[in-house]
Design a protein around this ligand. Sequence first.
Ligand code: NAP
Length: 284
Amino acid sequence: MDTIKIGWIGLGNMGFPMAAQLIKAGYLVTVYNRSKGKEAPLKELGASTAETPKALIAATDVVIIMVADDAAVDQVFNNNDGLFDANISNKLIINMSTVSPAISKEMASICKEKGGQYLDAPVSGSVKQAETGQLVIMAGGDETAFEQIKPLLEKMGKLAKLVGGSGAGNSAKLAINSLLALYAQGLAETVLFANEQGIGTADLLELINNAAIGNVFTKIKGDAIIADNYKAAFALKHIVKDLNLAKAEDISSPLAKTTRNTFENAAAKYGEEDIIAVIKQVRE
Ligand code: NAP
């Protein structure tokens, strides 16, 4: 399996370190990014480059997509010189972007008609986990295709799990990100409440992080709040996209509605900043 040729589309905050993990693991990787310049450091690691998604899939066996949203995925497949302009027979396409279950079902069905295969395999974890191969990968699609490619997925993640048919990985991811939004708003409100009572942020986070309620999230995002550092690891605009995708899938719990409203307002001002910049919105 290690000699299979991998094509990689999308070298953003997540795609870049994930592709780097595969190159370091010894896979032959060809990369494509819409805007140019991001490929250069990967070329130095040994990657080849392709000018278009069409050229990329023609030169490879397995294509992995890590782009922003449904619209980006649609363009990668359907633009001139997109994936569907090539012969995709016997090719496996793995979409690791966080997108709607609907677009995965649609692309899986078209891939099948054209003799190829499609897995949705979004990830939980952020840039740090991508850089260290510690992502959690949840997949939807054909079990045989998943089992064949699982060793490769495990180079990027500490867990790769098939959770159902096409779109099931996306559904699991939307559920997880609903909880992520609750955590972020909850942490922000807790810090602000404590501050109002005269408790310092660092003191409060030391207590939380030593208590049963502390976790990796409260540690990393607590440190960001203390440092007043809101540089995006996971941008606010992306969680708003995910909360709206969950809404489209009929998530209607009272808390889901509240967080969506908060994060929409936060993203209007701080969309390019990290998810925990929601504290600025709650403070206002
Ligand atoms: P990002 O840094 O904003 O990168 C987005 C990537 O998508 C870039 O390569 C961008 O190309 C490409 N892209 C956007 N629109 C495109 C289009 N129309 N056609 C082709 N390519 C297009 O995003 P990210 O943080 O890496 O996130 C990627 C995906 O992973 C998203 O679905 C996100 O929700 C999900 N995710 C992110 C995190 C996280 O912590 N960041 C964690 C888990 C999952 P250009 O360079 O040309 O703009």
